[in-house]
Ligand binder design. Structure first.
Ligand code: FES
Length: 241
C-alpha cells in the first residue's frame, strides 16, 4: 500500500489579458496512489484555483492534448506519474516557444496549419475498393512507428529551426508526410514528395534531433525526414537518367 505524499506543483501562469509577464505559482498536491501530473492539475483546479487553464481529453496518451514541459522535459501530463518524477517540487510549463493563450494552453493553430499543408489523409488514384485495403506485414512495418504520432506538438515546440523560421513545415508535418508516402495504399507519393521538397520543407531540417528527444511516443521525426530526402533524391536521379 502506497503512502500518501505531498508535492509542490510550481505552475507557470500567464493571462495575456491582465499579465505583462508570466510567473510561477505554487500549489501543494496530495498524491494518492499512482496519480499522474494531469490528476494533480485537476486536483489544483478543483480544490484550489478554478481559473487554472490546461488541456486534456482522452487521459490515456492518445489525443496528444496534454503535452507540457514538466520538470524540464516534454511529457504527456496524463502519462507522467508524479511518484516516478521523484522530486518534491514539480515544475509545470506550457510547451515552450509557442504563443501562450493562457497558463498551460498554447496556440497550436500554426502547428495544425502545417499538418494541413501535407494532406494528412490517404488518397488513392483509383476508385476506393469495395473491401478493405489489406497490407502485407512488410508494408505495415514501414509505417508502424510513424503511425503512432498523436500530434501533441512536442517536436514542433522543441525544434530550433521552427523557433526562428515560422515557414518551416516542422518535424510533425514532415513525419506525417512520410507516413503517407510510405503507405502502400496511398497513390500520391510523387506529389507528396514534391510538396515537401522545398527550402522550408525537408531541406530546412538541420538534424538537431531535439524532435527525437522530445517525442513522448518515441517516434523519430529526424529519421522520417531523412527517408523523405532519400526518396526525393533517388526519384530525381531516376528522372535524370
Ligand atoms: Fe490525451 Fe493526455 S489527455 S494524451
Amino acid at each position: 500500500m502506497l503512502q500518501d505524499i505531498e508535492v509542490l506543483f510550481k505552475i507557470r501562469r500567464f493571462d495575456p489579458d491582465v499579465d505583462t509577464m508570466s510567473r510561477f505559482e505554487s500549489f501543494p498536491v496530495q498524491v494518492k496512489g499512482m496519480m499522474t501530473v494531469l490528476d494533480g492539475l485537476l486536483q489544483v483546479f478543483e480544490e484550489q484555483d478554478s481559473t487554472l487553464s490546461f488541456r486534456f481529453a482522452c487521459r490515456e496518451g492518445v489525443c496528444g492534448s496534454c503535452a507540457m514541459f514538466i520538470n524540464g522535459s516534454y511529457r504527456l501530463a496524463c502519462q507522467t506519474q508524479i511518484r516516478e518524477l521523484k522530486t518534491p517540487e514539480i515544475s509545470v510549463n506550457p510547451l515552450p516557444h509557442l504563443k501562450v493563450i493562457k497558463d498551460l494552453v498554447v496556440d497550436l493553430d500554426p502547428f495544425f496549419n502545417k499538418i494541413e499543408q501535407v494532406m494528412p489523409y490517404l488518397e488513392t488514384l483509383t476508385a476506393p475498393p469495395e473491401t478493405e485495403q489489406v497490407q502485407t506485414q512488410a508494408e505495415r512495418k514501414l509505417i508502424n512507428e510513424v503511425i503512432d504520432c498523436i500530434l501533441c506538438g512536442s517536436c514542433y515546440s522543441a525544434c530550433p529551426v521552427v523557433w526562428f523560421n515560422k515557414e518551416y513545415l516542422g518535424p510533425a508535418a514532415l513525419t506525417k508526410a512520410y507516413r503517407f508516402v510510405a503507405d502502400s495504399r496511398d497513390g500520391l507519393s510523387p506529389e507528396r514528395l514534391n510538396q515537401v521538397s522545398h527550402e522550408d520543407g525537408i531541406w530546412r531540417c538541420h538534424t538537431v534531433f531535439n524532435c527525437v528527444e522530445a517525442c513522448p511516443k518515441n517516434i523519430q521525426p529526424a529519421d522520417a525526414i531523412e527517408k523523405l530526402r532519400k526518396k526525393t533524391i533517388s526519384r530525381r536521379l531516376k528522372f535524370w537518367k
